[in-house]
Write a protein that binds this ligand. Sequence first.
Ligand SMILES: [Zn+2]
Length: 488
Amino acid sequence: MTTFRITDPSPEFGSITRPATSLTPLDRAWPAPPLLLPSRSITATRGRRTSRRRMHEMLRPYDAGMQLTPVEARVLDSIDETALVQNLIDLIRVPSITGTDAESELQNAQAGQLRDAGLSVDAWKFDLDALRADPRFPGTEAPRTEGYGVVGVTGPGRPALVLQGHIDVVPTGDLDRWHDGDPFSGRIEAGAVHGRGACDMKAGVAANLAVLRALQGSGVLLERPIAVHTVVGEEDGGLGAFGTMLRGHTGDAAVLTEPTSGRIVTACAGALTFELDVTGRAAHGSTRLEGVSALEAFLPIMAAIQSLELRRNVGPHPLFSDYPLPYPISIGTVRAGDWASSVPDLLIAEGRLGVRLGEDPADARREFEIAIAEASAADPWLSDNPVHVSWPGGQFASGRIDDDHTLIDEVTSAIMTLNGGTVPPRRAAPYGSDLRLYSDIGGIPSLHFGPGDVRFAHAPREQVLIDELVGVTRSLALLAVRRSGAHF
Ligand SMILES: [Zn+2]
């Protein structure tokens, strides 16, 4: 039994505040990252040496080239591609950076769009204090005073499929590095929609809505309901997914439409945000030997981190075959000193520690803390002034769907029906996502399949190809038709 409430959250939502953007003209051409290689077709692979996994994929009884049924054709014909692209542009134009008023505003708009599409909508304000008090709380980094959940369903009952997307985006970085100085333009160029969030993951959010609009607009009847979840706070830990799971929303399976470049992502590494406090001793720069530079004290710590990273990346799971470094330990910020001619007495470094598939985050934290403690003990200054490690931000465990879960075959089949029979590669992603909250806390087997190339995510010139957006939307619609048992 699924219960869904309909509440009107509108009065509580804040208003959009667009950050100022500079109008710096383009003076450099930023090369786009190369698109990932397309998967080899069965025919193209024939006659070559083939890995066991590839052979396994090839021998599965997929319905490649299968004709669409009249119901499937009706729903696919009902996808409004113009509205899909326009909706993506509209989404990009709201600068819904994690934790901002604009994020709340965009959730409000999503609730309205889902209602307009004929769905029953549960839109609610999170009890942030209660969520933060839960021992499983995934952590946050962005300042936040409110947050909202939005779930739309086509009807009562346990949904056969959940399509999920986050509407928050990361900040823009240096505006001069954006093609037109405006990361929120939603400009179309060379067959791609550009802007912060274009691929991570407003394209996925737009695709999810387009699927539900097509289902509802086609007039077909669904045996089982389909749900759409839009969430906030994915980028700094997963507050929105956490709140949505604790609200009790469920389903048989979920597709998180994060950018996957045509792959099916069945597992995600985790990521733990850490902070290192390194102390030094201040002195005038002219007598620096009287002091101890916190920056120099950090150098053996950095070396220890690099050596730990090497050790943690030995023999990764074959699903990570595309990634030379599946579990990076990356320092994101370093702040030291407060005056040019003073020896800095404090350095604060923040970063992220990759969590291996299946690894308990507590074990990853312990291994990191031991490495830092050992490096401190081996240093004359740090042995008396050990580096302090804390874990102040997002704490993403790893997550994965069972290798033999039917959802993987069903997504594969939907893709192959529409692409002429090319087997989509199956991979893992090196970043943390909502996947582990849906599978671990919600008990909803989940995978990623969505439009866009993740190498544009969080980067300047973020973009998504319109053809890819449409293609993925069609595959998702076909999946939804089949899982819902749609009929005339
Ligand atoms: Zn994302």
